[in-house]
Design a protein around this ligand. Structure first.
Ligand code: ARG
Length: 489
């Protein structure tokens, strides 16, 4: 349709190579909304008349309900929709729809509208998953477990503390998307091909009709920039990296060797050959899909880094990274949320791990510090105790007095007293007196749970408000379209 200065038609292979139709079905509905707002604005500003506007809007309404075929010689959905409008409304009216706009501002608009919806959905799903983690933390605030560094037992902790750590990481993800929304929710429509137009359009009006908070003002910036896409997919890659770490923790913990948690059968698969298998495939796929999203982020940045200003066709490929990213992050969050809700925590196994290890060591050393012994000496005393205990395959609490005596070299403490300290430093007691802010201490769990509950509520309210604002604007747009169609027929 646009080839008036060019000779001949594109051959099939070239058309297929050039066309973005297969990626465009996702934005077809947004393109129609954008065209409706643009048409109403052209009418409002007396650029087209009421009869022509009604014909265009009528055609767009019909196209909305049709299954737009991918079988066409249009290069993209923008050309396809315009050609359908011309077919239905006639050249005289339909041919006016594209006045004072370009596919360059159109595609930027469609992508922004799609990402805007996706961000709201992602924020909603993140809120839900965080809520589940906080709920589970509430239920597991007395479940004692070893905390690990280097995959070696490090300190005595609580399962709630571990869950809250993920809640906090996901809060940062949530905030990254939440803040990025403001940069996405600006309208590029009316920027034209790159430099604006002499036709007296009103960009603020279309922005308002489509529920945008403002404009991407500079017309070069509006049509060229895809940094908001890089930001969105970058945020997605970071989110997936967090989910992937969680998946890895649970893959390890659901092995028969650890058995700290048991996944519901609904989230596992069996083997085609080994009947005993219960594989954590869902978690493995979170890891696998994370790699994919990181790849999409790389693809977008690599695409953008060498482009000159103004629209370049390379930008068409950016879309192919956005849609699957949204699909992956939303489905991953939904799956993780359900998996968490149905996962069983094996309290006994967690306790056994504590009792068979030496993760209480630092608590004993700190008890010595409270008795006035310098930390470095305390570290040495407890280190020696662990050495003796581990050589004889005993726990610290079962070490006899004679063996305890051998680790005291400078009379820092009586053997009897040291023995008493070892006996009284139970995991329960240690978690009772663990006090530092954000620690595994029992009291800190309660405080953090309450605090995080309020935080979730605030984000939830904000996300709902934004979703309703977009919905309300689009409803008003739809009413205007409908009443114009009705009154002109
Ligand atoms: N199909 C193109 C894309 O997705 C739309 C913009 C085409 N603009 C142009 N001047 N060729 O990016």
């Amino acid at each position: 349709m646009y080839r008036s200065r060019l000779d001949g038609k594109l051959d099939d292979i070239t058309l297929e190579f050039l066309s973005s139709i297969s990626d465009d079905s996702v934005i077809a509905q947004y393109d129609i909304l954008g065209s409706q707002a643009h048409t109403l604005m052209l009418l409002e500003n007396k650029i087209i008349n009421k009869q022509d506007a009604a014909k265009i809007l009528n055609a767009l309404e019909k196209i909305k309900k049709e299954n737009i075929s991918e079988e066409s010689d249009a290069e993209d959905v923008h050309e396809l929709i315009e050609s359908l409008v011309i077919k239905k409304a006639g050249k005289e009216a339909g041919g006016k729809m594209h006045t004072a706009r370009s596919r360059n501002d159109q595609v930027a608009l469609d992508i922004r509208m799609k990402i805007r919806d996706d961000i709201n959905m992602v924020c909603f799903c993140l809120n839900q998953t965080i809520e589940t983690l906080i709920d589970l933390a509430g239920k597991n605030h007395e479940v004692i477990m070893p905390l690990y560094t280097h995959m070696q037992q490090a300190q005595v902790g609580l399962f709630s503390h571990f869950l809250l750590a993920y809640a906090d990481a996901l809060f940062r993800d949530l905030d990254r998307f939440y803040v990025a929304y403001g940069r996405v929710n600006e309208s590029p429509l009316g920027a034209g091909p790159v430099g604006g137009t002499s036709i007296p359009i009103d960009r603020q009006s279309t922005a308002k009709m489509l529920g945008f908070k403002g404009l991407v003002e500079n017309s070069i910036d509006a049509t060229t920039s895809r940094d908001f896409v890089a930001e969105y997919i970058g945020n997605a890659a970071i989110l997936m990296t967090n989910l992937s770490r969680m998946a890895e923790d649970f893959v390890i913990w659901s092995t028969s060797e650890f058995s700290f948690v048991e996944l519901s059968d609904k989230f596992t698969s069996s083997s085609s050959v080994m009947p005993q298998k219960k594989n954590p495939d869902v978690l493995e796929l979170i890891r696998g899909k994370t790699a994919q999203v990181i790849g999409y982020h790389m693809a977008v940045l690599s695409n953008l880094k060498g482009l000159p200003s103004g629209y370049n066709r390379d930008l068409q490929q950016v879309k192919a990274s956005i849609w699957p990213t949204s699909k992956i992050i939303i489905s991953s969050l939904l799956v993780v949320n359900s998996l968490l809700k149905t996962m069983e925590v094996n309290e006994k196994k967690l306790r056994q791990a504590i009792d068979s290890g030496y993760s209480i060591s630092l608590d004993i050393a700190e008890a010595l510090v409270r008795k006035g012994i310098p930390f470095r000496n305390a570290h040495k005393i407890v280190g020696n105790l662990v050495q003796i205990a581990s050589n004889s395959k005993k726990s610290l609490s079962t070490l006899p007095l004679e063996e305890i005596k051998t680790v005291i070299h400078d009379n820092e403490i009586e053997a009897k007293e040291l023995h008493k300290i070892i006996q009284s430093t139970t995991p329960e007691y240690s978690l009772e007196i663990r006090k530092s802010q954000g620690s595994a201490g029992k009291h800190e769990q309660q405080r953090m749970i309450e605090n995080r509950k309020r935080k979730v509520e605030a984000y939830m309210t904000g996300t709902n408000k934004r979703t309703n604002e977009v919905r309300a604007s689009l409803e008003i747009l739809n009413n205007s379209v409908m009443s114009l169609i009705k009154n002109t027929s």
